[in-house]
Design a protein around this ligand. Sequence first.
Ligand code: HEM
Ligand code: HEM
Length: 492
Amino acid sequence: MENRPLEYDYTVAKMFMFTTIVLGIVGMLIGVILAFQLAFPSVNTILGEGLAEYTNFSRLRPLHTDAVIFGFTLSGIFATWYYVGQRVLKVSMAESGLLMFLGKLHFWLYLIVVAAVVVTLFMGITTSKEYAEFEWPIDIAVVVVWVLWGMGLFGLIGIRREKSLYISIWYYIATFLGIAMLYLFNNMEIPTYFASGGIGSWWHSVSMYAGTNDALVQWWYGHNAVAFGFTVPIVAMIYYFLPKESGQAIYSYKLSLLSFWGLMFVYLWAGGHHLLYSTVPDWMQTMGSIFSVILILPSWGSAINMLLTMKGEWQQVAASPLIKFMILASTFYMFSTLEGPIQAIKSVNAIAHFTDWIVGHVHDGVLGWVGFMIMASLFHMAPRVFKREIYSKSLMATQFWIQTLGVVLYFTSMWIAGITQGMMWRAHDEFGNLAYSFIDTVTVLHPYYTIRGVGGLLYLVGFLMFAYNIYKTMSARPVEESELQNASPMGA
Ligand code: HEM
Ligand code: HEM
């Protein structure tokens, strides 16, 4: 038994790969519709006046953010966990009936929650807190899904053969604990129907926090959702998949640990940068700014570690579209973690806040870093879980260039739009009268909104190519893992 290679069980990983792709398509499609709605308002009533309630920007926006965050990204995190976990810990899920059961239950309950979210958001049922829109019954279901994942995660760690925990596992554990803490605290809410003895709808709730406290907890959550949803688990992925795909050992294990603890300590204090110039006490705002700037260190520590992993092997970046995806992802990570701290400086935030520059920052991070890394991970996993060669490497390369162009069009147009907006809002004459009315800014922004829509469309087209490539891979002739063209030279 010890000498035979382990047969890993990828049933649950495959299920989550499926939702990563489907929810990615849905979320990005809605993103493209939103982008064109901002450029051409008539798109709000694209299905006619009668259905405008369901197709307008405000109804679709939370559907986009929740589909890409809790659908696409979270499914990607789960899919990679159910793959990486087994291989790194050297234990197969098939060895434990309980873990298999928990994994499948985790998936099906997750799917039910996704369906409930889609239906309720379409109906307009929302707490109206950004990234925390779900009403209390769904929140409870989310907690159950999370606990199931945690049981599977710690269960697998508990029966592992490999005693030392590879750095990716640390990052997955941090994702689990971080999101659990954030979600529970920010979603403390009082169901109004029960609290009032039967007034209103049974699902309606109000936050347990009020006013400034509510804002503080919300942005402590919002910012750290970026930390534990868009950063920590994605770093877990790259620390596993980049060395595997390139055959290079991680540049520095020490640096990876140092950055890990750096991220853990610094991220939690930086949320105040979302509330600069608000009613939050000034010292908290300053603390948010200072910790944001310090955050460059652990962020760049991870990114540089990834880039230096390719030291002496840069020809692989030119040769392999998959390595290209990962290296560009690390580069976008560096990029958005420099841009973020700059936007967190009070005087810069005075121009950037409420403008499209923030939307640009969000999307160079999520499209360039999160999206690229999740697609790269699934590209690496597909041949191994389906036991088939990737259908087309040239399609992968074409997709890479189309999506890179898409991201560049997206963030450059939003930079120009955002800074123009910020400057126009502030401009005034010598008597203090505003130089521009709101509609002046709208007119100026129109071309940039159109360019953003085109950029987003290109990214979506690339994602459809990715989905097609994976689909064709699944349906190709089966081969053994050892026969795969780029079978990893690095063992598990
Ligand atoms: C060093 C790391 C980072 C810092 C210091 C930082 C800083 C900031 C700042 C100052 C804002 C604007 C707040 C405002 O005025 O409204 C912001 C917004 C945002 N950032 Fe970052 N950022 C970082 C990394 C990232 C990364 C890597 C991502 C995604 C992958 C990301 C996603 C977001 C999102 C989603 C928002 C918008 C939140 C909203 O208003 O809804 N950030 N960030
Ligand atoms: C085809 C790709 C995409 C397009 C065209 C797109 C478009 C948009 C648009 C138009 C908005 C609204 C901006 C506004 O209110 O002014 C938005 C918001 C947002 N999108 Fe996307 N998106 C795409 C992909 C993604 C992905 C993959 C993610 C995350 C993994 C994401 C995360 C977000 C977030 C967090 C916000 C809220 C930003 C904020 O409040 O500042 N998007 N997106």
